[in-house]
Design a protein around this ligand. Structure first.
Ligand SMILES: [Zn+2]
Length: 245
């Protein structure tokens, strides 16, 4: 049986905000991100976007690979993550909220999370031209389980359509905002032509896992290099997954 495949989840790659700011843990410092990518390289892993990872997820290829995903599409991903990814020959998938291209993470406002700029179409094109990939993350970062079926479908379909039109690239991968979804949302993504969908469920991807309910491995501000290694190379995250179920 093939070894489990970790798909890393990042959000912002930026100097972390002051202590006490909500969800500060989701901001990874640029120097820490650089050390993490260097560790992957040193361990012989290749960091891959979801499209590049797909043959491994399907069991068609084998190798030491790690998926790299960044949620929401922050400008700081372009500024701080892209040069590091390129230095190592890695690719990553950034999941974009199409209704907020050039805007900010307004959906986080009620939780007291400071606004951070999101990439506009020109910046997304630069991300793609830099060898990276974009995926869809709904039009408005909605909790799909709170939306009625027609609205949920429009959020997923509209995001794919807008991104493909504005950024002029195929969009084949989806990520559920907040990880929130029911089986019908996976069916919608499948029907719309997506190849995978990622969740916030923790764990590495095993051989039998559904490509529309992919677990991931969170990387936080406080994730040390030894813990990153544990998350990737051992059953550390897989145990978290079982304890969540
Ligand atoms: Zn998100």
């Amino acid at each position: 049986m093939r070894s489990p495949i970790p798909i890393l989840t990042y959000h912002q790659v930026e100097a972390p905000p002051a202590p006490g700011v909500p969800f500060r843990s989701l901001v990874v410092a640029p120097a820490a991100f650089a050390r993490q990518m260097a560790l992957l390289k040193m361990l012989g892993y290749r960091g891959l976007s979801m499209s590049a990872l797909e043959p491994y997820l399907r069991g068609q290829r084998r190798g030491r690979v790690v998926g790299i995903t960044l949620d929401d599409g922050y400008v700081n991903n372009l500024q701080h993550a892209l040069p590091v990814l390129q230095r190592h020959g890695f690719s990553a998938t950034c999941y974009i909220v199409s209704g907020q291209m050039g805007g900010a993470n307004v959906w986080d406002r009620d939780q007291g999370i400071p606004a951070s700029a999101l990439m506009d179409a020109r910046q997304l094109k630069a991300w793609v031209a830099g060898g990276q990939e974009i995926g869809a993350h709904t039009r408005n970062h909605v909790d799909l389980r709170q939306a009625d079926d027609a609205a949920a479908f429009q959020e997923i379909a509209g995001c794919k359509r807008e991104l493909e039109h504005r950024v002029e690239t195929e969009v084949r991968h989806f990520c559920y905002p907040y990880g929130s979804h029911d089986p019908k949302h996976a069916a919608m993504a499948k029907a719309l032509g997506f190849a995978t969908a990622t969740t916030t469920e923790r764990g590495r991807v095993g051989a039998g896992d559904d490509l529309f309910e992919l677990p991931r491995v969170p990387v936080l501000r406080t994730t040390s290099l030894p813990v990153l290694w544990l998350k990737i190379a051992t059953g550390y995250e897989d145990r978290k997954r079982r304890s969540q179920a």
